[in-house]
Design a protein around this ligand. Structure first.
Ligand code: NOJ
Length: 453
């Protein structure tokens, strides 16, 4: 699959090549110009939750360096710039009083993109709930849909004339499971009493956000982004196959199926889902979870191999790591598996109601070394060439893929991994904030300028 030479033009003239980032990972300026606290600002103060005790306070300082970073994105040849809005920067208390300086900042970012020939793509929610709302229950609260709707309306009023493409929600499975079930991400809550309402409210806000943008910006292109990972059974035993199916229902089906009008997924003998159905049916608005998105954003980083494991609560399943199985993996152990990316693109395109797919993230972290002004990250180049080849194959076979947004422009704050994990095409020195384009960044530039891969 990956041996043939290909060009960016093979993806077609309208294919959108972009690069993405997110407010809490890049902006820094966590306490500047009237921004309120986000759940990540507060979570990071706890002990032993983030590697190295890192905090997102300064991150990659995008708040002060956005002009330079946008120029970098342009210099690397990208035509789309995806970023998220920090809810607590525009509405410090989550609702109510608007922070003019926060509003102005995103106008500046959007204007700078447009002036440099980059299409701004706005992610409405990339995991940084205002702490003020978390104090009132956050994603577990029935008020979420009201708070979220007001926030989305404000964004459309402010930016709707300039922004053509919107992504409502980023990876709802990740922020609900890690933040409200496992306690590994902000706000650090655990258990089904938290995660069931969080799942329901995230699904409801996804659809409601789509409806509000459509109402206020009828010409906008509206999508929402899901994390996806092929789940492969470790052996062909019935138990491992059933375990892989349970993992699949959670990792891949949980949020897309309600959006497509199918409700939350069903699976025989999976108590966790049965109880989710019972809990959410009581909330009665299941039909409101549907929205006809213009595109579905897919984000795939790895596949997982799953075995039956009765010791693990709820799913009775656990991963057999790539390292253990002697398979290629990134610096944090994520399996490099371009074939599974191809398979997942095919699978998601076969859902009725998926009109277009945009790969709204893709990338890898490796142990990069800056040496004499050079980062020779050949592994990342290999990763991108293999994944892009897999995507091209899927596209040639008819999967309606409209774009690919590389993750990410500069090294940034990688959630619970802090600053130990580098995903950027551009190296960040977190002491000086000096940027150095990695060899993978130059590779992307050459590819987008017409060079064969
Ligand atoms: C997906 C998330 O959306 C993004 O914030 C994160 O940095 C990447 N995965 C890599 O983990």
């Amino acid at each position: 699959m990956h041996n043939q030479t290909f060009f960016a033009k093979d993806f077609g003239p309208d294919f959108k090549w972009g690069v993405g980032m997110a407010a809490p990972q890049n902006e820094g300026a966590a306490f500047e110009d009237g921004k309120g606290l986000s759940i990540w600002d507060v979570f990071a103060r706890k002990r032993n939750v983030i590697k190295g005790g890192a905090r997102p306070t300064h991150a990659a300082d995008f708040y002060h360096r956005y002009k330079d970073d946008i120029l970098l994105a342009k210099a690397l040849g990208f035509k789309v710039f995806r970023f998220s809005i920090a809810w607590s920067r525009v509405l410090p208390e989550g609702t109510g009083k608007v922070n003019k300086l926060g509003i102005a900042f995103y106008h500046n970012v959007i204007d700078e993109c447009l002036a440099n020939g980059l299409e701004p793509v706005v992610t409405v929610y990339h995991w940084d709930l205002p702490h003020a709302l978390e104090l009132q229950g956050g994603w577990t609260s029935r008020e979420m849909v009201t708070w979220f709707s007001k926030y989305v309306k404000l964004l459309t009023e402010q930016y709707g004339k300039k922004v053509q493409q919107w992504i409502v929600m980023n990876e709802p499975f990740a922020f609900t499971a890690l933040g409200y079930m496992m306690g590994m991400h902000a706000p650090g809550k655990m258990g089904t009493a938290n995660v069931y309402p969080a799942i329901y409210n995230a699904a409801l806000c996804t659809a409601e956000g789509g409806r509000i943008i459509r109402e206020h910006c009828p010409h906008a292109v509206i999508g929402t982004s899901f994390s996806i990972s092929e789940t492969k059974p470790f052996t062909s035993s019935d138990k491992d196959i059933a375990a892989a199916n349970r993992a699949d229902a959670l990792l891949n089906r949980l949020f897309i199926e309600p959006v497509l009008g199918m409700g939350f997924p069903q699976l025989d003998q999976f108590d966790f889902l049965d109880k989710l159905h019972i809990a959410t049916t009581a909330w009665r608005f299941i039909d409101k979870l549907k929205f006809d998105f213009d595109f579905i954003g897919l984000q795939n980083y790895f596949s997982v191999t799953i075995k039956h494991n009765p010791l693990i609560p709820y799913v009775s399943a656990s991963e057999v790591s790539a390292k253990k199985r002697g398979k290629p993996h990134t610096a944090i152990g994520w399996e490099i598996d371009p074939l599974s990316f191809y398979c997942m693109l095919k699978r998601f395109s076969s859902y009725e109601g998926v009109k277009q797919i945009i790969v709204t993230e893709g990338g890898a972290c490796f142990k990069d070394h800056l040496h004499n002004g050079v980062v020779n990250d050949q592994e990342r180049i290999d990763y991108f060439s293999a994944y892009l080849a897999a995507m091209l194959q899927a596209k040639k076979e008819g999967v309606p893929i409209g774009g690919y947004y590389a993750w990410t422009l500069t090294d940034n704050f990688e959630w619970a991994y802090g600053y130990t994990t580098r995903f950027g095409l551009v190296h960040t020195d977190f002491e000086t904030q000096l940027r150095t384009v990695k060899n993978s960044g130059y590779w992307f530039r050459d590819f987008l300028n017409g060079k064969a891969v």
